[in-house]
Write a protein that binds this ligand. Structure first.
Ligand code: ADP
Length: 495
């Protein structure tokens, strides 16, 4: 620990850009660690230096601890920020940094390890008096015991990989007859994804909301929370829309959750930025789900409602400084909503898309923030995550934030690859979203209404483009799908 002068970011896309910006504002030299299989031309503009992690896919580059540490040494970096995803929640990386005398911008290796297993973190929370979802998290993993425990938990239940993340290894079991197959398939998936097949069983909560608290600790033992984010709108357990404050909740409920989140963070003497996730029943009972020991994708909504810079605070705290704010100084004001822009086709099973971005124009204006990892000319490949950017709207009220977000989505032009932009606009303009009637089943419940409605007739793509003053992309065709997509991204329908 000590002053940071040069920092390696072994990551990609918008989060690499976000961290590089904070480095520049803090006078820290930034170094991008990148895969040669990735189009990093845009991201590199924000960095002072870059160092190759090799030419392979994620496993051989961003996920390879030895290569990442070698890259930090080669660059002469005295600190490393892992971003999110990839190695960000690997205690081994934090430990390897400590061994190499590199400041790891994140929590201590022990905190990452303690929270890395869902079963272990549940035990810890129970000791701290933080409510967990009723279920089984024991060591005995025999089929007999799991079957017996499942009967006690009751159906429907959720089989979860203890080492899980990203919704992998998670199965809903509605009936005892489905249990055995679900256990075996979750074990296989967990083994493949995490090299660890331990499972836990949880009561499956119907129509829940996902509400999480941003917490932050320093090496002096201070811990604060920076309020909540509601991330209930999810597709296959992956967040799509995130907002703060959580709609329709009382201050009293949010305060109780904040206290539980602080207790969880204190319980592991947590340092740096972290998130305590809760699942909330329709009756407003909340249970601890897990703690993410890193910066989250959705951190901008917290930054907008509190007015802080979480990444800069991460750099300061990692360098041994105290938290830049006390709990009393932190206020939540206005409303922020984030949507994740993906290269995917909502009309075709959300399949990831690839291509060259032929035209790219970001929305701007008051209260609009875009954190992007691509620009015009960027190649979108299939080797890495298809998230292109995040769009965040901030306004004085939730209604105004929705209006602003819907407007910004209309203004967002990405041509050359299909995106979910118009799908996101349909979500945020849906009457149920406006009412704040969100749950993790929102996208399934409203699937029909969220589907794209093809118009009776469409003008030609050339007309649409010339009306917008855009150059005709080389790959443009007049297929109805393509015309609809271009027209749609120009914001002319789909409201
Ligand atoms: P992961 O680490 O794979 O992201 P989490 O435990 O954080 O897994 O859960 C991810 C999402 O799965 C939650 O946001 C919620 O939508 C759903 N989920 C998790 N546990 C339950 C549960 N017990 N009942 C209903 N839904 C759940």
């Amino acid at each position: 620990m000590g002053a940071i002068t040069k920092l390696l970011v072994p990551n990609r896309g918008e989060i690499a850009v976000r961290i590089a910006r904070a480095c520049r504002e803090s006078g820290i030299i930034s170094v991008l660690g990148y895969s040669e299989a990735d189009d990093t031309r845009f991201v590199r503009r924000f960095f002072d230096e870059s160092v190759s992690l090799g030419s392979g896919d994620a496993r051989d580059t961003y996920l390879n601890i030895a290569k990442v540490i070698d890259a930090a040494r080669a660059a002469g970096a005295d600190a490393l920020h892992p971003g999110y995803g990839f190695l960000s929640e690997r205690a081994e990386l934090a430990a390897a940094c400590a061994d190499a005398n590199i400041t790891f911008v994140g929590p201590r290796a022990e905190s990452i390890a303690a929270m890395g297993s869902k079963a272990e973190s549940r035990h810890l929370m129970q000791r701290l008096g933080v409510p967990v979802v009723p279920g089984y998290d024991g060591d005995d993993q025999s089929l007999d015991v799991l079957t017996r425990e499942a009967a006690l938990v009751g159906f429907p239940l959720l089989v979860k990989a203890s080492a899980g993340g990203g919704g992998k290894g998670m199965k809903v079991v509605r009936d005892a007859s489905e249990l055995r197959a679900a256990i075996e398939s979750a074990q296989r998936e967990a083994m493949k994804a995490f090299g660890d097949q331990r499972l836990l069983l949880e009561r499956y909560i119907e129509e829940p909301r996902h509400v999480e608290f941003q917490i932050f600790g320093d090496s002096q033992g201070n811990v604060v929370h920076l309020f909540e984010r509601d991330c209930s709108i999810q597709r296959r357990h992956q967040k799509v829309v995130e907002e703060s404050p959580a709609p329709r909740y009382s201050d009293e409920l949010r305060q109780r959750m904040a206290e539980a989140a602080i207790a969880a963070a204190r319980g592991v003497s947590y340092q740096n930025a972290g998130t305590v996730e809760f699942i909330v029943t329709p009756d407003n009972e909340f249970y601890f789900l897990e703690m993410n020991t890193r910066l989250q994708v959705e951190h901008p909504v917290t930054e907008l409602v509190t007015g802080v810079d979480l990444v800069r605070a991460q750099l300061d705290v990692a360098a041994g400084k105290p938290l830049p704010w006390t709990q009393d100084q932190l206020r939540q004001r206005g409303h922020a909503i984030e949507v994740r822009i993906y290269a995917e086709d909502p009309d075709d099973r959300f399949l990831p898309q690839s291509g060259t971005i032929a035209k790219y124009a970001e929305p701007t204006g008051p209260g609009v923030r875009v954190d992007a990892g691509v620009t015009e000319g960027s190649e979108v490949g299939v080797k890495f995550d298809p998230m292109l950017a995040k769009l965040i709207a901030f306004a004085e009220s939730r209604d105004a934030a929705i209006d602003r977000l819907a407007r910004a989505l209309r203004d967002y032009v990405i041509l050359g690859t299909r995106t979910n932009i118009s799908y996101l606009r349909r979500i945020v303009t849906h009457p149920a979203f406006r009412e704040g009637l969100v749950s993790t089943r929102f996208l399934i419940e409203h699937e029909e209404e969220l589907r794209r409605r093809m118009p009776e007739s469409v003008p030609s793509i050339a007309a649409a483009l010339s009306a917008s003053g855009a150059r005709t992309p080389a790959r443009a065709t007049n297929s109805p799908q393509r015309v609809t997509e271009v027209w749609d991204s120009l914001g002319t329908w789909g409201r």
